[in-house]
Design a protein around this ligand. Sequence first.
Ligand code: ADP
Length: 559
Amino acid sequence: MPRKPRWSEKTRLLLTMELAVVLPAAALVLVSVLHLQSLQRSRGVEAAIQRDFDQVLGISEKQMNEKAYELADEVSINFPTAGEACSESLDRILAAHPYVDEVFVWDPKLKLVARTQPHLMRDPAFSEKTADFDHMMIGWMGVDYMDTLKEVATSPLKGERGTAYYFFPDWISRGQKRLYRSAVLFIAKDSQGGKNAVGGFVFDADYLQSQLFPQMLDTILSQQANEEKDSAVMMVRAKSDYTPIASSASWDGGEAERVRDLEGAFSGLTLAIKLHGTTLAAIEQHFMRMSFLTLGIISVLLAGGLILTHRNVSREVALARLKSDFVSNVSHELRTPLALIRLYAETLEMGRLTTPEKYQEYYRIIRKESERLSALINNILDFSRIEAGRKEYDFRETDMRELVCTTLDSYRYQIEQNGFALEERIDEDIPPLRVDREAIARSLVNLINNALKYSQNKKYIRVSIFRQNGSVKLQVKDRGIGIAQTDQQKIFEKFYRAGDPLVHNTKGSGLGLSLVQHIVRAHGGAVGVESVPGEGSTFTIELPLREQMKSQGASAQGA
Ligand code: ADP
């Protein structure tokens, strides 16, 4: 005995689809969601940009220090030997280097020789500060000279030529404003030609704040420019004060994302970086929102695709089942009339019938069965032509009343023989229509045949033709088993047969109504059904009167 398959074709197909598509897709979506969630928890996007920012700050510090060494090298290279006459050389240095406020040399024997930019001496705030600075130097060097000398000589901060520089910050006030200066010390030649003097200078506060810092910040930002850093802005401030003393051109205020306390040439200052017009948190939020949105859209598309595939698979499986039912139904339908024809023909051949009426009856049965056979074969042939797109219609001006009456005449006997009451309502004012006579007659025959097949107790058929709302309507009404609401659209699909037991006990191919629909559409019309289960059905073919020619041209080719 063959083993019954454990799963139906449909279940197997769906299972394969789910394993092959749904599982990997779902896993992908899940992994992406988890990844995004972990990114969200660890604030990964923010952290990545912060790392970039820290790198920029580090590079900036290095470049600022290098610039300071370069400037200090320019001053120290021509530095005079400590001595009585060195003040003129110091003045020359001041004139040649406008970024220097004050320049000085300390020799333990000669003490301090200091010179200040002449324009600053006219500024009371500066001249006072300069005097203070000199006093501070005198006091400091007087006490700690050896220590200072050692510290300067061993400073790790060195210029291109290896000169060691010792920097210390200095603040001056101008009105409400505090200005930053940086003082530089290096070893200079003493009056004896030894290396026992300490030379030095002070960077000009205005130069640092209005030129050097802003220019350097802009250069650094333009060097670093790429997608995110394009919009980065920087500023320099005092370590303990949040007000910028200098900034890149596009600085727009607000809180800094990352800061770095400067070491080296500009100690006492803090470098800060942030994004222009936005914050890292906002960028992170936007990124997360966009990522989740994209993921959401992908998931919806995926779900949509799956639903479509599911529906297609179901439809294909249902169609396969319908086709196999069709084959068995059709073979059955072919076999029955053939068997009857053979049986009656054999009986006639034997000549054993007694009365002429009997002969007549047998002839009639043979004719009726062969008519049924040719109707079925015509349906199948028509259907295959339509499926292959080869069906052609022969539209001719046709008297519709005459068409209906002739068709009914050839079926009236059969209808009444089956115990049906036939009511005919043929209106007078039916205009001629351009139709394919044979196709419309076949449609009507299909509807009548169905009414005969699907009626049980109340055997009644009404065939009407009338004019309504600019069209001619051809209607077949019965009081048969009716059609469930859910089946009313599906019955026009090929091979579809309703699940009613009577339908299953009745021979049929499931092609009749689908053919009727094809034919009617090719005529630019429509076919519909109104039905109440248990009470009967009314099928209506609607053929439009207006613009019949146009639609026929289009649909006849498409059919
Ligand atoms: P067939 O009659 O060969 O099955 P059709 O395409 O003509 O194929 O009809 C499709 C199905 O529609 C039928 O199987 C039946 O379930 C339903 N049907 C059609 N006409 C009627 C009717 N007059 N009354 C009830 N059910 C009908």
